[in-house]
Design a binder for this molecule. Structure first.
Ligand SMILES: [Zn+2]
Length: 504
C-alpha cells in the first residue's frame, strides 16, 4: 500500500483553520491543503464513505482523503497544533530539575529550544500582535494578544525551567544574558512555516524575574490593503483621491491600539511605486516594506525625530510618513514639508477629527499654515466583530438604550454567545469605526473660529458621518456589540458609560 508522505509536501496553513484539533485527534486526520471547496486530509487508514460524508458536513468542505502513516500524522497534528506539542515537551521537564548548559541553549536543538520556538510559532499561527512570557509566583505564564485581547496559553510551564527559557530568549535576541536587573531590548529573526518573521523583544525585571514581551513585526506580505480595513466605498474613494495629491498633510488620529499604524501602512502600500521616493521616520519601524526608505528612531543610537525628519527632507522625497507627531518640532517640520511639495502622512493622539486642529495650534502651529496644508483628518477606533457562527439578537434594555444615547427608536442589538469557531469569546476579527474630515472651504472657515463644535458641524454639513454615528450603526447592523461601543467611545461620555449622573 502506498502511503502519502506529509514530509514531501508544503503544508497549506489555510487548511488548518478549517479543522479543529479535536476533530484531528478523534479521526486521526491531518489537513494539509485546501483548494476552493476541496479540503485535503491525510488519514490513518481508508475512511469509510460515511466518515467522509460526516467530516464533509462538519467541516463544510468536500473532503479528499489520502492514506498517511499514523505516527507522522500524530507528529504533524502536534507540531501544527502547538499547544499540545508544548504540553508534551513540558511534561518531560516536570520531574527533573533540568539545568541546561548554556551551550545547549545556543544551539538549534534541545527541549528548551523547541519550547521557545513553539511559543513563537504559536503566536504567529494565532495571528497575535504580541507574545507575553512572564514569570509569576509558581509558574510561567504565556499570553498572546489576539484582536487586541490577551489570551492565556493553556500550557502550564514550571517555574524551575524559567531560567533556561530566559537565557534562550536572550540568546536569540542577542541580549545580555548576565544582566537581569536592567531593562533590555533586542530582536529575533525566525523562519516560521517558510516565512520570515521579526520579533521585537523587550525585557522588564519584575519581582518574580524578567518578563518578556515579543512584538511580532509584520513584513511586506502581511501588510493590509486599504480597501480591506473597513472603510466604506465612498470614503475609500475619498482616501484614494487624497493620496493622488502631490503635496499636503493627512493625519490619522485615535488612541493607542486604534489601528492608526495599519491605516498609515496601507496608504504607503498604495503609494509605493518605483517613480516615488518614500521615506518613513518611525519610532521604531513596525513593519518593513520593500522599496521604501525606513528610518527607525529606536532607543539605541541618538537619532531624534526632528533631526531625522529634517535630514529626510534633504533626500529629495515625494512622500514622507512621520510615525507620530510628538512635539512642536515634529509638527512644524511636517507642516512645512507638506507646504513645499511633499505629501506627508502622520498620526496624532486625539479623540476625534475636529479637535485635531486645535491640538496642533495649541502646540504652536500657525493656523494659516495648517489651513493651507491640511488635506484631511481621519479619526478611528478598532472594534471587535461579532462571531457570525454564534450571533444572536436580543432586545435592548433601557440602560443599554441610554448607553447608545437613543431611548426611543432602537430596539435590538446583537452579541455572540460563544462557540468553538470563536474560541468561546463571541468575537471573531476586528474592523474599524471612523470619521473622515475633508478640509474643504467651509471647514477652513470654521477652523478660523477655533471652535471644535463649529468645525465638526461644518464637516458634517459637508457629508462627514461622525465616528460616534458610524460606530452606532455598526452596533445596530450587528457588526459589533453595545459593550464594544461603550468601551471605545466612553471618552465622549463618561457619565453615560458609568451609568450615573456625576455632573461631568
Ligand atoms: Zn462564535
Amino acid at each position: 500500500m502506498e502511503f502519502y508522505d506529509l514530509d514531501t509536501v508544503e503544508i497549506n496553513k489555510e487548511a488548518l483553520k478549517h479543522v479543529s484539533k479535536d476533530l484531528c485527534d478523534e479521526y486521526k486526520v491531518f489537513p494539509y491543503d485546501i483548494k476552493g471547496r476541496e479540503l485535503y486530509l491525510a488519514a490513518c487508514g481508508d475512511l469509510s464513505m460515511e466518515q467522509v460524508k460526516y467530516l464533509s458536513f462538519l467541516i463544510r468542505k468536500n473532503i479528499k482523503a489520502a492514506v498517511g502513516k499514523e505516527e507522522q500524522i500524530t507528529t504533524y497534528i502536534n507540531r501544527f497544533y502547538e499547544e499540545n506539542y508544548r504540553k508534551a515537551l513540558v511534561s518531560n521537564f516536570k520531574l527533573r530539575d533540568d539545568k541546561n548548559k548554556e551551550e545547549d541553549l545556543r544551539g538549534a536543538k534541545g527541549p528548551i529550544v523547541f519550547l521557545v520556538d513553539s511559543i513563537l510559532r504559536d503566536g504567529v499561527m494565532k495571528g497575535a500582535s504580541d507574545i507575553h512570557i512572564e514569570p509569576v509566583m509558581n509558574s510561567v505564564r504565556v499570553r498572546y494578544r489576539v484582536d487586541g485581547v490577551l489570551i492565556k496559553s493553556s500550557t502550564e510551564i514550571p517555574k524551575n525551567i524559567y531560567e533556561n527559557i530566559n537565557t534562550r530568549i536572550k540568546v536569540m535576541a542577542q541580549m545580555d544574558i548576565s544582566n537581569k536587573y536592567e531593562v533590555q531590548d533586542g530582536e529575533i529573526n525566525m523562519k516560521i512555516h517558510g516565512d520570515n518573521f521579526d520579533f521585537r523583544v523587550s525585557s522588564l525585571p519584575t519581582i518574580y524575574g524578567e518578563k518578556f514581551v515579543l512584538r511580532i513585526l509584520k513584513r511586506n506580505g502581511n501588510l493590509l490593503k486599504l480597501d480591506t480595513l473597513g472603510f466604506g466605498q465612498g470614503d475609500y474613494k475619498i482616501l484614494m483621491n487624497a493620496l493622488k495629491f502631490k503635496q499636503g498633510l493627512i493625519i490619522i488620529t485615535g488612541p493607542t491600539g486604534s489601528g492608526k499604524t495599519s491605516t498609515l501602512y496601507a496608504m504607503i502600500r498604495e503609494l509605493n511605486k518605483e517613480s516615488r521616493n518614500i521615506i518613513t521616520v518611525e519610532k521604531p519601524v513596525e513593519c518593513t516594506i520593500e522599496g521604501i526608505n525606513q528610518v527607525s528612531i529606536g532607543s539605541k543610537g541618538n537619532l531624534e525625530y526632528g533631526k531625522v525628519l529634517k535630514a529626510a527632507l534633504r533626500q529629495d522625497p515625494d512622500v514622507i510618513m512621520v510615525g507620530e507627531i510628538i512635539d512642536k518640532d515634529t509638527a512644524e517640520t511636517a507642516v512645512r514639508a507638506s507646504l513645499t511639495g511633499h505629501l506627508v502622512l502622520t498620526t496624532l493622539h486625539t479623540n476625534d477629527a475636529s479637535s485635531t486642529i486645535n491640538r496642533l495650534t495649541d502646540m504652536g502651529i500657525d493656523q494659516e499654515l495648517l489651513n493651507s496644508s491640511l488635506l484631511m483628518v481621519i479619526a478611528q477606533r478598532l472594534t471587535r466583530t461579532i462571531c457570525e457562527h454564534c450571533k444572536i439578537d436580543y432586545d435592548l434594555s433601557l440602560e443599554e438604550k441610554k448607553l447608545l444615547g437613543d431611548e426611543s427608536v432602537v430596539m435590538k442589538a446583537y452579541k455572540g454567545i460563544g462557540c468553538n469557531k470563536c474560541n468561546h469569546t463571541g468575537f471573531k476579527g476586528r474592523t474599524i469605526a471612523y470619521e473622515v474630515m475633508v478640509i474643504g472651504e467651509k471647514v477652513k472657515e470654521a477652523i478660523k473660529t477655533k471652535d471644535d463644535n463649529l468645525i465638526r458641524e461644518s464637516a458634517m454639513k459637508n457629508g462627514m458621518v461622525t465616528l460616534e454615528e458610524y460606530f452606532k450603526a455598526l452596533v445596530l447592523n450587528g457588526t459589533t456589540t453595545v459593550e464594544q461601543y461603550v468601551s471605545n467611545m466612553q471618552v465622549y461620555s463618561i457619565e453615560r458609560a458609568i451609568g450615573g449622573d456625576y455632573g461631568i
